[in-house]
Ligand binder design. Structure first.
Ligand SMILES: [Zn+2]
Length: 493
């Protein structure tokens, strides 16, 4: 008899300081699939589901049972209606169909109305339904806010090791292998989580390629060489999140040894915490940023618009840097903004027309005011593109920027998108005919994730700018209420 493995997922990175709730329509813009559509849309993609599918399809005696996948761009708190809809759809498939194992792609930092621990609550309701004997193996983003509840209801956790996250399919395959070995009776995984009072994230010094993360990741790899250790994973957590269990964490999965799992998780968490001062960075103001980029001898300069990092749940229409570009008379720059209204107006004007319009700065006073630009409409597209291999995130996945318009004013190029799009795969620019390498500077609505798309020879230097917004790393700007205190760097511990 074949063993049946449910695959599915529910992914959202929730910025609780973004006041706009995330409803089902936001998931439908990016990824919302039932049944076989999951396999059609995600087979051979660099995603966790791509990895699950590849590994399970190669295995003997396994039937893949695709349930539901809902994943969208980071943003405000998920509505309770959406959380209930996705959770009950998943539970219903489990009520109707008996499975031998459950493989889920989760983010780990989802907050829904009434659910501070989105993934913990989801896993708890699955566990209640299927009982203790059906293995649940999950993948998580490196920015997961781990909780003991997640560990209590999952059997194994696999977390991205890379940042930018280029190992999604690889981690998916790893999780699927753990599932296959469990179903074969070779292992009996158990996972432990450890937490520390520390908030870290982009644009801080947190890349696994640099110290101190490099040594911490190396220690995790050493732990995985110990017998009984299946996976040892640090998770950065997500800084702009006001929840009672915020902060860095670690998850260690062992073969039936919960004490070992807990002690290694604690050791790895201690390492993360010991280095707490090494992650901190000082950033230039928007004014200083543009002046630095304009005189840089190492163009193209990629500027991280730190407060308006779409991948950390911001609107993407912040104009702080564009205002400086205009004020300082910068000649050569590429700027992308989320502005459906201006995109519509520009599209109505038509290709070749010169127009003057107010762009960006419409979502929240923090991100405004709008900037007035005059330029020629060059390109109008439906915004559909394919994320390609070697160009950044999510190779093989169809991206959708919605109606998008390119406007040129000399060598200043503004692209207006109607659906918020992270600059994490270069195709977001190429699809509208923009070659970022042609400009002195490019404004990236991101923190660090875009660096796999924007790297040499496309760009030759980086500046991280202290712009205002929901993804600012200046945590004093936020009013935390549920956060456990003391916590570094808000408290000097
Ligand atoms: Zn992440």
């Amino acid at each position: 008899m074949k063993k049946r493995v449910l695959i599915g997922g529910f992914m959202h990175e929730t910025n609780t300081f973004n006041p706009f709730p995330t409803g089902i329509e936001e998931f439908k813009k990016y990824g919302f699939f039932y049944g076989q559509e999951i396999i059609q849309k995600r087979r051979q993609t660099n995603t966790e589901l791509g990895g699950f599918i590849e590994e399970l399809e190669q295995a003997e005696g396994i039937e893949i049972f695709p349930s539901i996948f809902a994943g969208t761009m980071a943003g405000g708190i998920v509505t309770s209606a959406t959380f209930d809809l996705v959770t009950s759809a998943l539970l219903n498939t489990l009520r109707e169909t008996q499975v031998d194992g459950i493989l889920l792609a989760l983010h780990g930092a989802m907050v829904a109305e009434g659910h501070d621990d989105g993934e913990g609550d989801l896993l708890e309701s699955i566990r209640e339904l299927v009982g203790p004997n059906i293995p649940i193996v999950i993948t998580l983003d490196l920015h997961a806010t781990l909780t003991p509840k997640m560990a209590a209801h999952a059997d194994a956790m696999v977390i991205y090791r890379t940042y930018p996250h280029m190992d999604k399919a690889e981690r998916g395959r790893e999780a699927a292998q753990i599932m296959l070995r469990t179903l074969a009776g070779e292992i009996s995984p158990t996972v432990a989580v450890a937490k520390r009072p520390l908030l870290i994230g982009p644009p801080q010094n947190v890349l696994p390629s640099d110290e101190p993360m490099r040594s911490i990741m190396a220690r995790a790899r050493e732990m995985e060489k110990l017998s009984q250790v299946i996976a040892a994973c640090p998770a950065h957590g997500f800084m702009q999140q006001d929840v009672p269990f915020a902060g860095v964490g670690t998850a260690v999965t062992t073969d039936g040894n919960p004490e070992l799992a807990q002690s290694l998780a604690e050791e790895l968490a201690d390492l993360l915490f010991q280095h707490r001062r090494d992650y901190l960075v000082e950033l230039p103001s928007p004014e200083e940023t543009i002046a630095l980029a304009a005189r840089s001898s190492r163009p193209t300069v990629a500027i991280a618009d730190v407060g308006d990092n779409i991948g950390a749940g911001t609107p993407g229409d912040g104009t702080a840097l564009l205002h400086e570009i205009l004020r300082q008379g910068v000649k050569s720059a590429f700027v992308t903004l989320w502005d459906p209204e201006a995109a519509q107006l520009a599209a109505e004007a038509g290709v070749g027309k010169e127009i003057t319009l107010a762009v960006g700065g419409k979502s929240d006073p923090l991100y405004g005011p709008p900037a007035e630009i005059t330029g020629r409409v060059r390109t109008i597209t439906d915004g559909i593109y394919l994320n390609r291999e070697g160009m950044g995130y999510s190779a093989g996945v169809i991206g959708n920027m919605g109606l998008s318009v390119r406007i040129d004013s000399g060598e200043l190029t503004i692209v207006l998108n109607s659906i918020r799009t992270s600059p994490n795969n270069l195709m977001h620019a190429y699809a509208i005919g923009v070659y970022p390498q042609d400009y002195q500077m490019v404004i990236c609505k991101g923190g660090l994730a875009f660096r796999e798309a924007y790297k040499p020879p496309i760009v030759n230097s980086y500046i991280q700018s202290d712009t205002p917004g929901y993804s600012s790393c200046n945590l004093e700007r936020f009013s935390f209420k549920k956060l456990p205190r003391p916590i570094f760097p808000l408290d000097d511990i």
